[in-house]
Design a protein around this ligand. Structure first.
Ligand SMILES: [Zn+2]
Length: 176
């Protein structure tokens, strides 16, 4: 069995977060890998080797992160980290089992990254559609429509701008 202190000295929490599909920015913020997170709520503290999610309240060290993500006990989580990050600390784990755990983790990682790419692509399309709509509404406003029509246009324009701002904010916080 692996000593937790030995594991924690060898493993990096940011590597595990990345394996789970988190993409920490310069401040260590990323979308939480433990709940369905739309904006980056999870802080990966590379210096202290701790994590905390401001969204779901989960927090702890690298072993806790693996435990919560994989649904494992602490010793099982330590084994998972050792294999998935390719550390090779526990000499008792057979090579085939080691490769199996790593391969499964990598496969899930790529599936998760692919899913996020697709989501980002959808968002980009929505964003450009919203921008087009905003320009159309602004032009219609400039054409001096009658009062009630103008009020309806203004309301729509307001909502469109609000959505654009929301997406803008999200991208400002996330460095992909
Ligand atoms: Zn969370």
């Amino acid at each position: 069995m692996i000593k937790f202190t030995e594991l924690k000295a060898a493993a990096r929490i940011e590597d595990l977060a990345r394996l789970f599909g988190g993409v920490p920015d310069r401040r260590g913020m990323c979308r939480c890998v433990l709940h369905d997170d739309k904006t980056p709520s999870m802080k990966i503290d590379a210096e202290k080797q701790l994590f905390y999610c401001f969204g779901c309240g989960a927090g702890g060290d690298i072993i806790t992160l693996a435990q919560l993500h994989e649904g494992l006990s602490a010793p099982e989580a330590a084994k998972f980290i050792d294999c998935a990050l390719g550390l090779g600390l526990d000499r008792e784990i057979p090579g085939s089992e080691r490769r199996d755990i790593m391969l499964r983790a990598k496969k899930r990682h790529f599936r998760e990254m692919l899913r996020r790419d697709r989501e980002a692509e959808k968002e980009k399309r929505l964003y450009s559609a919203l921008c087009g709509e905003m320009h159309r509404l602004r032009e219609a406003m400039n054409a001096e429509p009658p009062g009630d029509e103008k009020a309806a246009l203004a309301k729509k324009l307001n909502q469109t701008e609000l959505l654009i701002n929301l997406i803008d904010e999200q991208y400002r916080n996330e460095v992909i």
